[in-house]
Design a protein around this ligand. Sequence first.
Ligand code: GUN
Length: 293
Amino acid sequence: MQLIDGKVTSKEIRKEIAEEVKQLVATGAKQPHLAAILVGHDGGSESYVSGKMKACEEVGFKSSLIRFEDDVTEAELLAKVDELNNDADIDGFIVQLPLPKHISEDKVTDTIDPRKDVDGFHPINVGRMTIGMPAYISATPQGIMELLKRYEINTSGKHVVVIGRSNIVGRPMSILLSQKGNPGDSTVTVCHSRTAKLKEICLDADIIIAAIGAPGFVKGDMVKEGAVVIDVGTTRVKADDTKSGWRLKGDVLFDEVAPKCSFITPVPGGVGPMTITSLIINTLKSAKKEIYK
Ligand code: GUN
């Protein structure tokens, strides 16, 4: 069994990007610039956005954090989105989710210029990804594709079982892996809460991608010998023996499943560390005009 180390891979990619940025800037290009809009003071969102800003610094990007209080109106937020859409210095930006209930996340996402939508949430980017056009791909699916590539995991002709059908993980994962390419060319089954014979389907899987948000859902008796298991779960559960009082739990019962696997991602330290790096990859692509010429 080999661990897929997202922390190490993420560090490697950031080093490569930092090098590339140095060279870009040396040839006279402007510094890539990522902006983030943060509404309110939710602890999770604060720490996520702070990680994104720190990652920018690490790779030599410029970053801007734009803050609003919880009572910001939808119109004010949309006006800021419009301003960033038209700011030539900004290559990409994100609006950290979730937003307060009085603001429509769909409307905000829809207002972001798809050319600057480095989160890959805009319907145009989702649509382009779906039909295999160049597109910004959202952080988790892109991070998983990068791990599969860098660990040289053969996906061609393999049966991939994706557990979970969310718009930002399960669904895009199923589309990306069924497309032509490497990673890709897989035969994909999407499972969800209504799936019958889930255990039997999982037992046939060469690769399992668990993205349902149910801690320990995938047990040892659901996994074939030699399978590759990608655990996307990050549920916070109370713990007495950690400094924070919390522990991250994956969707996979690691101790039972890991001995049967050829490769497995741990939680924490697997898919998680790749997500912010995916955002950095997308921002660099925007600065280089790789997706929209
Ligand atoms: N909230 C949790 N994850 C994300 C993300 O990837 N992007 C944005 N914008 N908000 C989030």
